[in-house]
Design a protein around this ligand. Structure first.
Ligand code: NAG
Ligand code: NAG
Ligand code: NAG
Ligand code: NAG
Ligand code: NAG
Ligand code: NAG
Ligand code: NAG
Ligand code: NAG
Length: 399
């Protein structure tokens, strides 16, 4: 009897050992070996967590793989710190629960946090399954901020990272949110949501530095890229945006905030967006700083408000009428060309409490596609430095 038990125990041990070995092939952890099923119905969150924990504990570079196929994934958090660099490669389509009430632990679907040297790759898709059921519950306007509907992907305190090739569709709210991140490149990513989906920003960055977004396509119902407080050393290049609300710095000044500086937006194309490149701050704001922001080599196609500084930003129209106290300085808009869907193609509305300083406008060629006359500009509380050719004449002809 004792012998039999020993034999049983031994063979069980072997089984476990070979199982553990089979789960990893040279540091590659395939979720299928952790019980994931590509049937589009079975929740793979436990399998993904188990594969992640194993990969994260390996002392050499490792990888978690989600192969082609359709998977159901409920709310999940992949946390570090890890022993070495980890890559998560998504080749399949991950679907979030469509019902917003299925998200209990804070408003996020997938969170990556406290990971150094992290890569998210693969031609796979994160489908947030937003839609009427979620978007009609959006209360951001009434509440004044968004705090309920889940964000597709959150990166919290992720450093030295690369996010490439993935697609995020139909998030219930913002698609990708960065907080306290450093040195991450986003390359060749796709964001897709309908023009009418509320607050579905493409990528929102807050309190992060050294972030590059490049060679990507963003179509959504809010800002394609929004750079919030504490965005520093951010480069956005070769991004195509539209539909959407454009590429924005802000909105700033609502809370006690870290300064924004070192922003470059270049070689981007905006199509059918409700704004082009803009800086927005709330009126009656707290003190703040936004400086060293450069927008250049940008093509506008049928864009409303192509070039915009708006220091009276107040979407709900329920703001106290007092000047913004966010100081905007060292800004340039250069080589911006194409078509404007509104007659005022260049608008610089700076704070009447703290005027904008050192704003350069160079080589603008924007034509109004409507019939009410040529494109114009409108400026207040700013004396821009004008260089190169100007159509419309910046801060010249006013309406
Ligand atoms: C930034 O992150 C990338 C990707 O992990 C890494 O290769 C690079 O060394 C990092 N740069 C710095 C300055 O740490
Ligand atoms: C960009 O991502 C797509 C998948 O979304 C992939 O098919 C393509 O090869 C990637 N392009 C590059 C240059 O890596
Ligand atoms: C981002 O781009 C800037 C300018 O091209 C470069 O200096 C910086 O190293 C890049 N950062 C990353 C994370 O690749
Ligand atoms: C934009 O593209 C031009 C032409 O390819 C290039 O010279 C310039 O360096 C690019 N700007 C940035 C900031 O990458
Ligand atoms: C801009 O939007 C209009 C109206 O929805 C559409 O017909 C047109 O194709 C869009 N333009 C581009 C370049 O996508
Ligand atoms: C321009 O954009 C407006 C919406 O802002 C749209 O109604 C119109 O069809 C677009 N025109 C073209 C030529 O794409
Ligand atoms: C703006 O640029 C000037 C000249 O380069 C510099 O002295 C000043 O410190 C900059 N302002 C801010 C707030 O960075
Ligand atoms: C401005 O754009 C129009 C239309 O694309 C073009 O015909 C014109 O030559 C441009 N002007 C300058 C000064 O580049």
């Amino acid at each position: 009897m004792a012998l039999e038990l020993n034999v049983l125990a031994l063979s069980l041990l072997f089984l476990f050992a070979s199982n553990a070995k089979a789960q990893s092939d040279n540091g590659v952890f395939d979720v299928m070996k952790f019980g994931a099923k590509a049937d589009g119905k079975t929740d793979i969150s436990q399998a993904l967590m188990a594969a992640w924990r194993k990969a994260c504990a390996v002392a050499s570079p490792s990888k978690v793989e989600i192969p082609e196929g359709e998977y159901m994934l409920s709310q999940v958090t992949l946390s570090g710190p890890c022993k070495a660099s980890v890559e998560v490669q998504v080749r399949g389509t991950l679907k979030a629960p469509a019902d917003p009430s299925k998200f209990n632990n804070g408003p996020t679907w997938v969170t990556f946090q406290r990971i150094d040297h992290f890569t998210l790759s693969g031609a796979g898709t994160f489908d947030g399954q937003g839609g009427k059921a979620a978007w009609t519950q959006n209360d951001c306007k009434q509440v004044g901020r968004c705090n309920k509907l889940p964000i597709n992907l959150r990166f919290n305190a992720v450093t030295n990272g690369l996010v490439r090739d993935i697609t995020s569709v139909d998030s219930k709210q913002t698609h990708i949110n960065l907080l306290s991140c450093k040195n991450i490149t986003f390359a060749n990513i796709t964001v897709n949501a309908p023009a009418q989906s509320p607050n579905t920003d493409g990528i929102h960055i807050g309190r992060s530095s050294g972030i590059n977004i490049t060679d990507s396509r963003i179509s959504t119902g809010d800002d394609c890229v929004s750079l919030g407080e504490g965005s520093q050393k951010i480069t956005v290049t070769r991004v195509t945006c539209g539909p959407g609300h454009g590429i924005s710095v802000g909105s700033l000044g609502r809370y006690r905030e870290d300064p924004v500086f070192g922003i470059t937006v270049a070689n981007c194309t905006l199509i059918n967006t409700s704004n082009g490149v803009r800086v927005k701050t709330w009126p009656a704001s707290l003190e703040g700083i936004a400086s060293d922001m450069h927008f250049e080599d940008i093509v506008m196609v049928n864009v409303s408000n192509p070039v915009l500084i708006d220091q009276e930003y107040c979407p709900g129209n329920k703001c106290t009428k007092a000047p913004s106290r966010v100081k905007i300085s060292n800004v340039s808009f250069k080589n911006i060309r194409g078509t404007s869907a509104t007659r005022v193609a260049v608008e610089l509305t700076c704070s009447n409490g703290i005027p904008c300083e050192n704003v350069e406008i160079g080589d603008i060629n924007l034509s109004y596609i409507g019939t009410e006359g040529p494109a114009t500009s409108r400026c207040s509380n700013v004396k821009p430095i004008i260089t190169g050719k100007q159509t419309p004449l910046a801060c010249g002809l006013t309406l």
